[in-house]
Ligand binder design. Structure first.
Ligand code: NAP
Length: 243
């Protein structure tokens, strides 16, 4: 049975929200009182399942397909979300690719895919979001690698570093109407198709000696959403890896 639907706090667009960390963030925002514009690219059925869970919580949800590697599709996303959700006031840039390649091994396509999805799309989504938004916030999902230089994932790491700088710059330009913050996860989920054992083995080297879970990332997102005096911040959810 559908839960009681109270007035929403607004609407949140979550990119890459069909599954894994993005779905956990979308569900938490729904539980927190936001209607959800759920973006996906290829995960049609997972997106529909997550949307159904959100509506089961008593919030509105619509799914939006968009290839964030394509600039024209990206530019059309916020206007079509606003048609359905005129009270859009949260943007979570979560969508990601994670393809290993050193600087020497990085081809143009891999380079562009990472920078388009992690930097160009959040840049122009933030710009479109800010237009006509009198009070809202942006959360960028980063990676603890922004504090180091991981040469095995050159384009991934550099594009997330660029997103951290965008977080700070946008926080300065868009305040006081809009707060912009980042969450930098560490070892949470193995990449799709990967195994958790490998993460658990590597986590022995962390100060907290364990991997995290999606709830830890969600808690940081909700902290940033709820704290009206924090902007331009990056919260590391990584068991101390950035140290
Ligand atoms: N997993 C971790 O432990 C970890 C660690 C550090 C940082 N992070 C960060 O946390 C966030 C979530 O991580 P995750 O592991 O849950 O992410 P993920 O599963 O690797 O990717 C999230 C979503 O990004 C979407 N995406 C990929 N290419 C796209 C494209 N061309 N256009 C539009 N969407 C596209 C996919 O949507 P579809 O499935 O619909 O195609 C995918 O479901 C990411 O920003 C990641 O960098 C994660």
């Amino acid at each position: 049975m559908m839960a009681f639907m109270s007035t929403s706090k607004g609407a949140a667009l979550v990119t890459g929200g069909a599954r894994r960390i993005g779905a956990a963030i979308a569900l938490a925002l729904a539980q927190h009182g936001y209607d959800v514009a759920l973006h996906f690219h290829t995960s049609v059925e997972p997106a529909q399942r997550t949307a159904k869970e959100i509506t089961g919580l008593g919030r509105r949800c619509r799914v939006f397909r968009c290839d964030l590697n394509d600039h024209d599709e990206t530019a059309a996303l916020i206007p079509s979300v606003r048609e359905q959700f005129p009270r859009l006031n949260v943007l979570v840039n979560n969508a990601s690719v994670f393809e290993p390649a050193t600087l020497r091994a990085t081809g143009r396509d891999l380079f562009e895919r990472h920078f388009n999805i992690h930097f160009r799309a959040p840049f122009f989504l933030t710009q479109a979001f800010a237009e006509g938004c009198s009070a809202g916030q942006v959360i960028n999902i980063l990676d603890t690698r922004v504090r180091a230089s991981d040469p095995r994932h050159a384009a991934y790491t550099l594009s997330k570093k660029a997103l951290l700088e965008l977080t700070r710059m946008a926080a300065r330009e868009l305040g006081p109407a809009i707060r912009v913050n980042g969450v930098a996860p560490g070892m949470i989920l193995p990449p799709p198709g990967g195994v958790v054992d490998e993460l658990e083995r590597r986590s022995a080297g962390l100060p907290l000696k364990r991997i995290g879970d999606t709830a830890n990332v969600v808690a940081a997102v909700l902290f940033l959403i709820d704290n009206p005096f924090v902007t331009g911040e990056c919260v590391y959810v990584d068991g101390g890896e950035h140290l």
